[in-house]
Design a protein. Structure first.
Length: 517
C-alpha cells in the first residue's frame, strides 16, 4: 500500500481524507455478486449504474457468497468504533473483493460514489478497478449547490441530472430558488394564479443588462406539486436535502402580478422581463402574512427540510416609505425605520415556520434591523454578514460573491459566453476557506458550510448552466469535504484531468479553459 500521489493519482474528487493505493486490481464481470441487505437503495443504485453505463448486470444477494466468488459487499456496521458519523465510510478494493462499510446508508452512498469514480471511463476489457483502501468523512455539514429556475426555467429531467452530479461530488444540500420577480415556479393549490399568471412573462432581456434589450416572446413554466415531490424523493434517496426558497419581502413581482392586492400600491404588475431589483415588494399587511403563511404551509408539506429559505435579500424600501399602512405600523410597533419593519416581517414569518417545527434561513440582509431569534444566515455579500451572525451564535452558510458565484466569468470574458461580470476562476474557488479567520474556535462551530449560487440571468439553456457549473463545482466539493489544499492545486488538477473523462461519459458540458489562468 502507498499513498495516492501526484505520480499515481486516483481520479477521486473530492479527495478522500485517506486513500492508499494497493497492488493489482479487482476484475468485475457477470460473476461478481453484490451482497447487501434486501432493500438497500445504495446497492441497487450501484447495480443500476453499472448496467446503464457498462451493460453488465450484477446479481444481488442477501446471503454472503462463498469465499471464491468475487463480491462487492455492503456492510452496514461501524467500521471504526470511534466514528459514528453518518457520512463516514470505508472502501476497500482487493483483487478478490470490494468492501463498503459505513455506520449509515449516507456513508454507503458516498462509498458508491467513490467507487463510481474509480470505474474505467474507456471501454476496457477486462473491467478493472484499482486496489485501494479509503477511509473518509466530510468536514462540513452543509455542502450545497443552488439553482435559480426563475430567471430561466429548467426541466425536471435537468434538475434530476443536476442532483446526480451533486451526489457524485458528495454534496448533501440542493437550494432550489423557486420564486423571483421573473417567475413563480412552484404550484400552490390555494393560489393557482401564482403559476397560471406569475409563472409567465411577456418577454425576456437579451444581451447584457447594460443594453436594456428585450424580446417579446412569452416565457415561463412551473413545477406541479407532483413533480416537486418527485424531485424531493429523488434527492432524498441520494442523501440530498432540498431546501426550497420562497422570496420575501422583495423579489416578489411575479407573485404581485397574480395577486396585486399584496402590494402597497394598486398595480397592475407584470412578472419582470429584465434583471435587477424592483421597487414593488410585498406590503407587510395582514393579508400578505396570511397569504405567505398559506404558501409556506404547502411548501413545508412538500419539503421535509429542517430549513426553509425565505429570501430576505434586496428589498428596496421605496414603497414602504410612501405607504400609509407601513408608516403607521412602524409607529405602532415602535420601530426605528423601514429596516425595523423588514426585521418585523422576517421575525413574524420565522414564528410561523418555527411553529411547524422548522427553521428559517435567509440572505444576509436579514441581519439589518435585527436578526430573527432562530434564523440562520446565508452570507452572500462577502463573508462579513456570516461572521457577524456566527458571533451572535446563529448558524451560517457561506456563499460569498468573491468565491461562490458561479454566474461570474471563469476565464477572460473575451473567450467566454456572456455572463454577469466578475471573475471567479477554478483556482479561486479552490482557494476558498468557508471559516473566516476572525472567528474563534467556538464561533466557527456556527459555520455549517458553504454553497455556490447559480443565478441564471445569463444561462438560457441547460448546457449553459452546466458550462458555468463545471468544473468549478469540483473545486467547491473538495473545499467542503475539507481536503482542498490550495498549495497543492496541481494535485487537484491532475485528478480533475482524469475525472473529466467521467463527465464526458455522463455528457456533462464543462468549461475547457486551462486550469491555471
Ligand atoms: C444578487 S445573491 C441576487 C440575485 C441575482 C444575483 C446576480 C442574492 C441574494 N441576490 O437576485 O441573481 O445577485 O449575481
Amino acid at each position: 500500500m502507498h499513498l495516492a500521489s501526484a505520480q499515481s493519482p486516483l481520479p477521486l474528487i473530492p479527495q478522500p481524507k485517506q486513500a492508499l493505493i494497493g497492488k493489482g486490481d479487482f476484475t468485475l464481470d457477470n460473476d461478481t455478486r453484490v451482497f447487501a441487505e434486501e432493500n438497500s437503495f445504495e446497492a441497487k443504485f450501484l447495480i443500476d449504474y453499472i448496467e446503464k453505463q457498462y451493460g453488465i448486470k450484477l446479481k444481488k444477494t442477501s446471503v454472503m457468497p462463498k469465499e471464491d466468488v468475487p463480491v462487492i459487499a455492503f456492510n452496514l456496521q461501524i467500521p471504526d468504533a470511534t466514528n459514528f458519523d453518518r457520512e463516514y465510510y470505508t472502501l476497500e478494493v482487493n483483487p478478490k473483493r470490494i468492501d463498503i462499510s459505513a455506520a449509515a446508508t449516507n456513508g454507503q452512498f458516498y462509498a458508491v460514489q467513490s467507487l463510481i469514480e474509480l470505474l474505467p471511463t474507456a471501454k476496457s476489457k477486462p473491467f478493472k478497478i484499482p486496489c485501494v483502501q479509503i477511509s473518509d468523512a466530510p468536514k462540513f455539514k452543509w455542502r450545497g449547490m443552488h439553482l435559480d429556475v426563475c430567471r430561466h426555467f429548467f426541466s425536471v429531467d435537468f434538475v434530476k441530472k443536476y442532483i446526480d452530479c451533486l451526489a457524485l461530488y458528495k454534496f448533501n444540500t440542493f437550494h432550489w430558488h423557486l420564486t423571483d420577480d421573473q417567475g413563480w415556479r412552484i404550484e400552490i393549490k390555494k393560489y393557482p394564479k401564482l403559476t397560471q399568471i406569475g409563472g409567465w412573462r411577456n418577454g425576456t432581456m437579451v444581451g447584457h443588462y447594460n443594453e436594456q434589450r428585450y424580446d417579446t416572446i412569452k416565457y415561463g413554466g412551473f413545477y406541479t406539486q407532483q413533480q416537486i415531490k418527485e424531485v424531493v424523493d429523488y434527492a432524498q434517496e441520494r442523501h440530498i436535502t432540498v431546501v426550497p426558497e420562497i422570496e420575501m419581502p422583495g423579489h416578489a413581482l411575479a407573485a404581485l402580478s397574480a395577486y396585486p392586492e399584496l402590494a402597497c400600491t394598486s398595480g397592475p404588475f407584470e412578472a419582470a422581463k429584465g434583471w435587477g431589483v424592483f421597487d414593488d415588494v410585498f406590503c407587510p399587511k395582514e393579508e400578505t402574512f396570511s397569504f405567505l403563511q398559506n404558501v409556506l404551509s404547502e411548501v413545508m408539506d412538500l419539503f421535509p427540510s429542517a430549513y426553509i429559505h425565505i429570501g430576505g435579500d434586496e428589498c428596496p424600501k421605496t414603497r414602504w416609505k410612501a405607504c400609509a399602512h407601513c408608516q403607521g405600523l412602524i409607529k405602532e410597533l415602535g420601530l426605528k425605520d423601514e429596516h425595523g419593519l423588514q426585521s418585523y416581517f422576517i421575525t413574524r414569518i420565522e414564528k410561523y415556520v418555527n411553529s411547524k417545527g422548522r427553521k428559517i434561513i435567509g440572505w444576509d440582509e436579514i441581519l439589518e434591523g435585527g436578526l430573527a431569534p432562530n434564523a440562520a444566515v446565508m452570507s452572500w455579500r462577502g463573508t462579513e454578514g456570516g461572521t457577524a451572525a456566527a458571533k451572535l451564535n446563529h448558524n451560517v452558510v457561506m456563499s460569498p460573491g468573491s468565491h461562490c458565484y458561479f454566474d461570474q466569468y471563469q476565464a477572460d470574458p473575451k473567450t467566454q459566453p456572456l455572463a454577469i461580470g466578475g471573475l471567479i476562476t477554478l483556482e479561486k474557488v479552490y482557494s476558498f476557506n468557508p471559516v473566516p479567520e476572525a472567528l474563534s474556535t467556538e464561533e466557527s462551530q456556527y459555520i455549517l458550510g458553504a454553497q455556490a449560487n447559480v443565478w441564471t440571468e445569463y444561462m438560457q439553456t441547460e448546457d449553459d448552466v452546466e458550462y458555468m457549473v463545471f468544473p468549478r463545482i469540483s473545486a467547491l466539493a473538495e473545499v467542503l469535504w475539507g481536503t482542498a489544499d490550495p498549495t497543492r492545486y496541481d494535485d487537484f488538477t491532475n485528478r480533475l484531468s482524469l475525472h473529466l473523462r467521467l463527465l464526458d461519459k455522463w455528457k456533462v458540458t464543462y468549461c475547457k479553459v486551462p486550469f491555471k489562468n
